[in-house]
Write a protein of this length. Structure first.
Length: 503
C-alpha cells in the first residue's frame, strides 16, 4: 500500500510561517511542472508583506485571478497580513483558510489558486476553477424523440446542476469526495434523503472508501471497482448520459454517482427491466410506450437466440420445418461447402468486425462503412457460395434486434450470450438451445443488486405484484402509477397524492 500513498506522506506537513520555506517546498514538489504559474508580490502600505500566488495554467479563470485577487492586493493599502486575510474572507465565500500543505497542493492541481502569506501559518485557497470542457450538448447514445435533449458533459459541477435543475428539493443531497491516490478525482453521491434506503447508502459509501487505486478516470472504471459479482456478462450498474433519467432514478429512491471528467452518471441499484426503459417512454402515451417495450423484449430474445435457433433447426431438426421452407433452405445452401454453424459464425464475426469498425471511424463515415460494408460483404459471400442467403437474413435480423435495445452496455451481454447459444446448439441441437436458455435464466434469477433481485418485478412478492408490474413490459398510464418501485425506502413508496375516493 505504501507505493500508492508514498507521495501523500510527503504532503502531510503543515504550512510554515516562513514564506521562503513554503516557496522552496512548492518548487521542489512541483519541479518540472512548467504549467505551474508562480507569482511573488509585496503588499501593504510599506510593501513589507510578502505573498506567493500559485495556480495551474489552463485550469483556472485567469481573468478572475487578475481582477479579484492580484489587482485588489496591489491597490488596497493593507497594513497587516491579518487584515489582508480577513478582508479576502469577507469579500467572497469562495475563499477559505487552509493549514495543510497537502490541501494546498491538491487545491492547486484541482484548478484553485493558493496564496501563501509571509508570517502566517495558513494560506488562502481561492476557488478559481475553469477547466476546459464541452458545453451541454444533445445526447448521442440515448437518443429520445420526445423530451429533453440535453446530456451530461465532463464537468462534475455542470452535471450536478443539470440534476438540481430538475429536482428543486432540499432533501436532494450531494456528497462530494475524492477517489484515486494520484488522480484525486472528484465524485458526487446524489440521493434524496427521505427516499433512499439508508443501508444501501451506507454500503455504497463504505465501498467507495475501500477503493484504493492510483486513478479513476471514468464512471465505467468506477463501476468495475464497485462490482461484487464479476462473473456475469450482465451489468449490475446503470450508466446514463441523460439528466432526466438520472432525476427519475433519484425520485425512485436510487443513488446516482457522478464522476468528474465523465459524461455518464452511475445509477444503482438496478434490475434488468430498467435497461429496457427509454426516457421517452414516460413522455409518450402509455399505449405507444407499451408497444415499444414489447418490441424491445422481443428484440432481446432475437438478439440472443435467433442464430443459435437457426443452427439447431438446420443442423439437427430439419423435419420440424414446413416442407416449402425446408426446400427453400436446401436450395439456398446448394454449393455452400461449410456446415451451418461455420456459416453463422463467419457472418456473425464479420458483422461484429463491421460494428467495431463503424464505432472507431469518424461519425458519418462510420455509419456509411457499417451499412455499405455489411451489404458488400454479405452479397459477396453469397455470390462466392461461402454462406447462404438465409444466414445473411438471420444475422442481419439479429443485428437489427440488438440495435433496438436502448442501453449499449446491456446489449454487450447479448452479443456474448449469442455465441454461447450458438455453441450449445451446435453440439446438442434444440436440447442445447433450451438448456442454454435455462442456464441464462437461472443465472439471471440468482443475480441481485444491493439486495434487490435482478429479475424484479418478476420475483416480486404476492402483495407487491400489482404495483410492481405497472412499469414493466406494460407501462400503465401515469395516473395509475401511484407507488414507487422496490428501490425506495419502505414507507415512502407512494408518489402521488391519495385521491378522495381512495380514502
Amino acid at each position: 500500500m505504501d507505493q500508492f500513498h508514498g507521495r501523500d506522506h510527503k504532503l502531510k506537513g503543515k504550512i510554515s510561517n516562513d514564506l521562503r520555506k513554503n516557496i522552496r517546498y512548492v518548487e521542489t514538489v512541483m519541479e518540472d511542472c512548467n504549467d505551474l504559474i508562480k507569482k511573488e508580490f509585496s503588499i501593504g502600505k510599506k510593501r513589507n508583506i510578502k505573498i506567493y500566488v500559485v495556480y495551474m495554467d489552463g485550469l483556472v479563470n485567469t481573468e478572475m485571478i487578475q481582477e479579484s485577487v492580484i489587482k485588489p492586493l496591489l491597490i488596497e493599502p493593507l497594513v497587516s497580513t491579518k487584515e489582508a486575510m480577513d478582508q479576502w474572507m469577507i469579500e467572497s465565500a469562495d475563499r477559505k483558510r487552509i493549514a495543510a500543505m497537502e490541501e494546498a497542493l491538491t487545491g492547486i492541481l484541482s484548478g484553485n489558486t493558493v496564496v501563501f502569506i509571509d508570517g502566517e501559518e495558513q494560506a488562502v485557497l481561492i476557488s478559481s476553477k475553469m477547466p476546459p470542457t464541452r458545453g451541454v450538448q444533445n445526447a448521442d447514445q440515448e437518443v429520445a424523440m420526445v423530451g429533453p435533449k440535453d446530456s451530461f458533459n465532463e464537468s462534475l459541477r455542470t452535471n450536478t446542476a443539470l440534476v438540481r435543475r430538475r429536482i428543486r428539493d432540499t432533501r436532494l443531497k450531494v456528497v462530494q469526495k475524492q477517489i484515486g491516490t494520484r488522480s484525486k478525482t472528484d465524485y458526487a453521491l446524489m440521493y434524496i434523503d427521505d427516499l433512499v434506503q439508508k443501508d444501501v447508502l451506507e454500503q455504497v459509501k463504505a465501498q467507495m472508501e475501500l477503493i484504493c487505486v492510483d486513478g479513476v478516470l471514468d464512471s465505467g472504471m468506477l463501476q468495475q471497482f464497485l462490482e461484487k459479482n464479476t462473473k456475469t456478462p450482465f451489468p449490475t450498474y446503470q450508466l446514463t448520459q441523460r439528466p432526466d433519467k438520472t432525476a427519475s432514478g433519484l425520485l425512485e429512491g436510487r443513488i446516482a454517482v457522478i464522476v468528474d471528467n465523465s459524461p455518464m452518471a452511475l445509477l444503482l441499484p438496478v434490475t434488468m427491466n430498467v435497461f429496457f426503459q427509454a426516457s421517452d417512454d414516460y413522455y409518450n402515451r402509455w399505449e405507444t410506450a407499451t408497444f415499444a417495450r414489447f418490441l424491445r423484449y422481443i428484440s432481446a430474445f432475437l438478439a440472443v437466440g435467433l442464430p443459435g435457433f437457426y443452427v439447431a433447426l438446420a443442423s439437427y431438426h430439419p423435419e420440424v420445418l414446413p416442407t416449402p421452407f425446408l426446400l427453400a433452405l436446401i436450395s439456398a445452401r446448394e454449393g455452400v461447402p461449410f456446415p451451418v454453424v461455420v456459416e453463422v459464425l463467419l457472418m456473425e464475426l464479420s458483422f461484429e468486425l463491421l460494428r467495431e469498425a463503424g464505432i472507431r471511424l469518424p461519425g458519418q463515415l462510420g455509419g456509411t462503412i457499417g451499412v455499405v460494408g455489411g451489404l458488400i460483404v454479405g452479397q459477396a459471400a453469397v455470390d462466392a457460395h461461402i454462406v447462404s442467403t438465409i444466414v445473411v437474413i438471420v444475422v442481419a435480423l439479429t443485428a437489427i434486434a440488438s440495435f433496438s435495445i436502448p442501453n449499449e452496455i446491456f446489449t454487450g451481454a447479448f452479443r456474448l450470450l449469442k455465441f454461447f447459444l450458438i455453441a450449445m446448439c451446435a453440439f446438442w441441437g434444440l436440447y442445447g438451445f433450451f438448456l442454454g436458455c435455462l442456464a441464462v435464466f437461472v443465472h439471471l434469477f440468482r443475480l441481485e443488486s444491493y439486495g434487490v433481485p435482478y429479475m424484479y418485478p418478476t420475483t416480486a412478492k404476492r402483495g407487491d405484484k400489482t404495483t410492481a408490474f405497472q412499469d414493466y413490459v406494460i407501462r400503465t398510464p401515469l395516473q395509475n402509477m401511484k407507488f414507487r418501485p422496490q428501490f425506495t425506502k419502505y414507507g415512502a413508496r407512494r408518489r402521488q397524492k391519495e385521491a378522495d375516493n381512495e380514502k
